[in-house]
Design a protein around this ligand. Structure first.
Ligand code: F6R
Length: 259
C-alpha cells in the first residue's frame, strides 16, 4: 500500500486530479469508479480546471459511480446523479452515455444492481476506483459488517452516514433516504488500481485502522489491505494517527511507483 501525506486538502485534490489526468493521457477510454461526498469536491474542481486548460480529456472516459440513494430519482436535487452533473459531468462536457450511475428510482433494485455489475464487466472492468472513507471505515455505502464478497446491492445507511449526507438535503436529516444502492466490496477490489482520499481529523482513526488494524468486515476499508495496487492520499490531519516510520517507508515506495 502506498501512502502519501500532504500539507492540506488542496494538495490531496490536486495530486488526485493529476494522477487521473495521467491515467487518461495513457488510456483515454479508461473506466473510472467515482465517489461523491465532501472529500472529492476539490478533486473534481481541479479536474474541471485541467479540462479547461486542455490538460485532461474526459470525453472518451467511461465512469461508474460507487453509489446512489434509493427511493429518489436521478432528477432529485439531493441525488448523487445531480451532484455529479454539477461538479463534473456538465463542466467537463462528458457525454451522458459515458456516465453510468445506479438509478435510485428503479422499482426492481435487485435487477438494477445485477445490470450495473454486468455493465461494469461489459466495459472491461474498472481501471481506477477513487474512494473516500467514512469515519466508521465504510467505502461506498458498504457499512461495517458488509461482507468482503459483497456485490452491488441495496443497503441500509447508518445514522451517522445519513447525517453526513444531510448537506445534500438542505440539512434536513429526515429527507435523507434510509437505503442506498452501492457497489460491493468485491466489486471495488476488482478495480486494477484504487486511490483513496481522506482529509480531516475525523478520518484519522479509520485511516490508522485501515493501515494497521486487522482485516475485518467490521472496518470495510481494511479490505483494501488485500489489494495489490492501492494509494492513499491523505492530508496531515487524516494521517495524524500514523507513525513516522510508516511515512518514511512509504515515501521510498512513492518514488518507485506511479499510477
Ligand atoms: C460516497 C461514498 C462514501 C464517501 C464517504 C466519505 O459516494 O462512496 O463512502 O466517500 O462517506 O464522505 P465524505 O467525503 O463526505 O466525508
Amino acid at each position: 500500500m502506498q501512502i502519501e501525506i500532504f500539507e492540506d486538502e488542496q494538495a490531496v485534490a490536486q495530486t488526485a486530479a493529476n494522477l487521473l489526468a495521467n491515467q487518461l493521457a495513457t488510456k483515454p477510454n479508461s473506466v473510472l469508479l467515482l465517489p461523491t461526498g465532501r472529500t472529492p469536491l476539490l478533486m473534481y474542481a481541479h479536474m474541471v480546471e485541467l479540462v479547461q486548460q486542455k490538460q485532461l480529456d474526459l470525453t472518451n472516459a467511461k465512469t461508474f459511480n460507487l453509489d446512489e440513494f434509493y427511493g429518489i430519482g436521478p432528477e432529485h436535487p439531493g441525488s448523487y446523479r445531480q451532484y455529479m452533473e454539477r461538479v463534473l459531468f456538465v463542466p467537463a462536457a462528458m457525454p451522458t452515455a459515458n456516465t453510468v450511475m445506479l438509478n435510485g428510482a428503479a422499482t426492481d433494485s435487485v435487477r438494477e444492481c445485477a445490470d450495473y455489475e454486468a455493465a461494469i464487466k461489459a466495459a472491461g472492468g474498472v481501471d481506477v476506483a477513487v474512494l473516500g472513507i467514512g469515519a466508521n471505515g465504510h467505502i461506498g455505502f458498504n457499512e461495517p459488517g458488509s461482507p468482503f464478497d459483497s456485490r452491488t446491492r441495496q443497503v441500509r445507511i447508518q445514522p451517522e452516514t445519513r447525517a453526513a449526507n444531510a448537506f445534500l438535503f438542505n440539512n434536513k436529516l429526515e429527507e435523507v433516504p434510509e437505503t442506498a444502492l452501492t457497489v460491493g466490496i468485491a466489486t471495488i477490489l476488482e478495480a486494477r488500481k484504487i486511490l483513496l482520499l481522506a482529509t480531516g481529523e475525523s478520518k484519522a482513526a479509520a485511516i490508522a485502522a485501515l493501515i494497521n488494524g486487522p482485516i475485518t468486515e467490521g472496518l470495510p476499508a481494511s479490505s483494501l489491505q488485500k489489494h495489490p495496487n492501492v494509494s492513499l492520499l491523505l492530508d496531515k490531519n487524516a494521517a495524524a494517527q500514523l507513525n513516522t516510520n510508516e511515512i518514511v517507508t512509504t515515501e521510498v515506495e512513492r518514488l518507485a511507483h506511479s499510477l
